[in-house]
Write a protein that binds this ligand. Sequence first.
Ligand code: NAP
Length: 263
Amino acid sequence: MSDSIGTAVVTGASSGIGVAYAEQLARRGHDLVLVARRKDRLDALAARLSKVASRKVEVLVTDLAKPEGIRSVETLLSERDDIDLLVNNAGLGALGPAAAANADAVESLVLVNVLALTRLSLAAVRNFQKRNRGTLINIASVIALGPAPGAAAYSGSKAYVLNFSRSLEMECANTAVSVQTILPGPVHSEFFEQSGVTKPMFPEHLYMTADQLVATSLKGLELKESVCFPTLPELDQWGEYESARKKFAKSIVTTGIPAQRYA
Ligand SMILES: NC(=O)c1ccc[n+]([C@@H]2O[C@H](COP(=O)([O-])OP(=O)(O)OC[C@H]3O[C@@H](n4cnc5c(N)ncnc54)[C@H](OP(=O)(O)O)[C@@H]3O)[C@@H](O)[C@H]2O)c1
């Protein structure tokens, strides 16, 4: 086994994008801790990566919708000094109209997409800041920028991921700790099926593979892109969007006087 360049924790590593992160990070020389509920899949991936990439791969079977599950990963992130990368990837969509929503599935979404991601990010950033090194990658979605019927809780959760992660990124600005938020469009994985969607939601040409997505994320890190839009043709467009947002935000905080139309 060759020297490790550090240990990466990947949540949701039993499927889709998480598997692709694990594979590409192992190939780059990271040891890994793979987190999810499906032990058989994590064990199979760990065995494969230990062999083909000659890496040390640990498995942590845990449910991130449960307080004790979150705590077990938090403890790891707080106590281990070899961990210098966390990919908060575990997530679910619980898609469908709110009137027909399964409230328990929506609660799991909030616990995994929001609460677990928050607590794990805080534990990781705290430990990274102590050592002044480390990288946090949080998976949002393009839907973070657009409220959408049929995806109320999902779009809300990803808007949270975007604002939360960007705020952390600002706090880490003058340190050697990096925070990347990635906003993928549709990606081939088990995501839609897990949300009970049986037919393709988007035309085929809008999808990318999990491998392509992860390659953009890791290249984006090299390019120091703290917010990564895998399919955005020109980065300037994000700059223009941000300028418009800041201009609007300024116009709503210039006075405490209610606007004339509400008189
Ligand atoms: N696919 C897309 O089009 C797309 C687009 C934008 C963003 N994303 C985001 O990308 C991330 C990965 O999604 P994916 O497309 O790879 O979907 P996926 O194939 O369904 O994988 C989801 C992963 O999350 C894990 N997970 C779900 N609930 C969990 C829980 N309670 N505890 C622990 N792990 C849990 C699953 O593992 P277990 O079931 O084994 O626990 C699985 O490994 C998600 O955050 C998703 O919102 C996806």
